[in-house]
Design a protein around this ligand. Sequence first.
Ligand SMILES: C[S@@+](CC[C@H](N)C(=O)[O-])C[C@H]1O[C@@H](n2cnc3c(N)ncnc32)[C@H](O)[C@@H]1O
Length: 275
Amino acid sequence: MAAALTGAAARLAEAGVESPRVDAELLAAHVLGIGRGRLLLVDTIRAAELHRFEELVARRAARIPVQHLLGTAAFRHLELAVGEGVFVPRPETELLAGWGIEHTAPGATVVDLCSGSGAVALSVADESRAARVVAVERSPAALAFLRRNAAAFPAVEVVEADVTAPGLLRELYGQVDVVLCNPPYVPDGTAVPPEVAEHDPAEAVFGGADGLSVIRPVVALAAALLRPGGVVGVEHDDVHAAAVPALLTADGRFTGVAGHPDLAGRPRFATARRA
Ligand SMILES: C[S@@+](CC[C@H](N)C(=O)[O-])C[C@H]1O[C@@H](n2cnc3c(N)ncnc32)[C@H](O)[C@@H]1O
């Protein structure tokens, strides 16, 4: 087993995979049906398992995201179903979700815009005592994963809609406690790794020429949805450390606009309170 793992990690490193050893271990654990931590205890691997492992390693070397090969993505305490057609949730978004959870009081109404697989909405439902979590997503492929992942969370209501549509969720105007959003925000034309370019849907990644085409209407929607004192958190690109706080400030309906870094120290999300 150790030799198979070392060989696989070398092959993945050669293919340019960012975390070759971890990915090799995740794939091996998946094939063996055990937790990654238990791999150390395995000294032999059956021929059929080795074949399956090598197949998966070859696909990973072709830069298919490891989460697509596993069929799941880990996010905070959840294992979310993911695959072609849905954005793979990223570790940095766990911070936005955590901020949202901290600001969700028992009985609160939370809206997650651009829900994708449901990473943010379902984490809030899982880790808070929100009464209602509304998850809004437009893509039919993403909605299929979102509905599947949300099935275990009765507080979560999935809404199929375009977050830029005027008057969206009008019935909730002025009543929402927390609005969260991890929108597409990469400026069009930015170079991205093959896993992203070929397997994350473009509409989940790119946010127009300046990367702000979804964030702009989301700021206005958040202001309309939130009750006075309610809060909003929006994830953004590294290049938007000034732009997104400026949009929140320019709206005129928010106070306490703040920027937050991710674990790597890069500017990652902005928050504000509805005046
Ligand atoms: C960056 S992904 C985030 C997904 C999820 N919130 C997460 O953090 O993993 C952005 C999501 O927004 C969706 N989306 C893009 N434009 C949208 C729009 N105008 N209305 C609704 N959803 C949209 C995409 O389909 C994608 O699922």
